[in-house]
Ligand binder design. Structure first.
Ligand SMILES: *Cc1c(COP(=O)(O)O)cnc(C)c1O
Length: 376
């Protein structure tokens, strides 16, 4: 009878709610752009690029078509080519190894550690004479141990190209995700930390030569005078999306504060649940500043727990639809990174975004505690 008293519906991500709370402002930004007829490579894009670069303290930022294109262009601009090997974690979106594949290089998949970030030991073990670069994927709003990775890269003469699609604003030490290597990339997919209303991506670099290449690569190989200097792509961030992103960037830091608060509530509410491994909490050490794109846990009896949560109105997902890259048979990988293998029997994402309330997080955690209590 009273079972449904507290029933709620908490979607994993609420796209309409995220728009509706700023509907008038967003429509105002769009109307202004459209009335100016400013659609491709216009001043809103330039301003967004300037503000993005300033925010993460990097010399150049470029808006491109999406976060996947961003990786491809970054790899080409950094000089990665056919025959090279690039080390990528298996726990990532297919876009990271796919970009390596499409520049003609070979993605070499490695393991992650307990914090779900690329494992430096696994990286070191995968280096061959063909290795040209390491691609740390800054997942879930956390930045990998860049001190160890930089040390390995320096010792072996390798480049670092970061896939920071999930980590805008995250830091390791005093540097922002995306700014450690020769180039770093971001995604502005709607559900990302900074999302637009369609596809969008970014590339950042401190290197003048790489920046010049990116300028041409994203615009048909043209230099600023319109002369074709190399083969390129059509991969420009729409000015309309750039204007929206520029507007949203203003409140971005408050959104990060909010996500970190939700992470702390999860931490406080679930600290006693021994059947779960939680992500590192917001102030776990002095090196990492995590921005919680996702809240990825490992849980005993995961599938039953997810079903229990679904029955109580809480939608959860498993990243990459439950399959790390090395397990896609069609791609022919033969490695079996051990931590990633076992983690994918346990990991999933709890709701984490700026339309989830603290109260909802408390409700979600109550359902989790109920689940494990009933099983003791
Ligand atoms: C979202 C994402 C991408 C790709 O971004 P798109 O903008 O969707 O192309 C790449 N890598 C990771 C880790 C991502 O999460």
């Amino acid at each position: 009878m009273t079972e449904n008293k507290t029933a709620r519906t908490i979607p994993f991500f609420n796209y309409p709610a995220q728009f509706i709370r700023q509907e008038e402002e967003i429509l105002g930004v769009m109307r202004d752009v459209m009335r100016r007829g400013a659609f491709i490579l216009q001043k809103d894009l330039e301003e967004f690029e300037k503000n993005l670069a300033k925010f993460i303290n990097v010399k150049y930022a470029f808006g491109v078509a999406d976060g996947s294109n961003a990786i491809t262009i970054a790899l080409i601009a950094a000089g990665i080519k056919a025959g090279d090997e690039v080390i990528v974690p298996s726990h990532t979106f297919i876009a990271s190894p796919s970009a390596v594949h499409w520049v003609g290089a070979t993605p070499v998949l490695v393991d992650c550690g307990k914090d779900h970030m690329i494992d430096p030991k696994s990286v070191e073990a995968a280096i061959t004479s063909k290795t040209k670069a390491i691609m740390p994927v800054q997942l879930n709003g956390r930045t990998a141990d860049m001190a160890s990775l930089q040390e390995i890269a320096d010792r072996h003469g390798l480049l670092i190209i970061e896939d920071a699609a999930q980590a805008l604003g995250s830091r390791f030490g005093n540097r922002f995700a995306g700014t450690f290597g020769i180039a770093g990339t971001f995604s502005f997919y709607p559900a990302k930390l900074l999302g637009c209303y369609g596809d969008g991506g970014g590339i950042v670099t401190n290197d003048d030569k790489v920046a010049a290449q990116i300028t041409m690569l994203r615009d048909h190989g043209r230099d600023p005078e319109g002369q074709i200097r190399r083969w390129g792509f059509n991969s420009r961030l729409d000015n309309l999306q750039a204007a929206v992103l520029n507007f949203k960037l203003k409140s971005f830091e408050q959104e990060v504060v909010y996500r970190r608060r939700l992470a702390q509530v999860y931490q406080d509410q679930l600290a006693g649940v021994t059947q779960m491994l939680l992500p590192p909490p917001p102030c776990s050490d002095g090196k990492h500043f995590d921005v919680y794109q996702n809240y990825e846990v490992e849980a005993q009896d995961r599938d039953a727990l997810r079903e229990h949560l679904a029955n109580r109105g809480v939608k959860t997902i498993i990243q990459w639809s439950g399959t790390p890259v090395h397990q896609f048979e069609a791609l022919g990988f033969t490695v079996k990174p051990p931590y990633t293998e076992q983690m994918f029997t346990k990991c999933f994402l709890l709701p984490m975004n700026t339309t989830v309330t603290e109260d909802e997080v408390i409700y979600i955690c109550e359902q989790i505690r109920d689940f494990y209590q009933a099983r003791r």
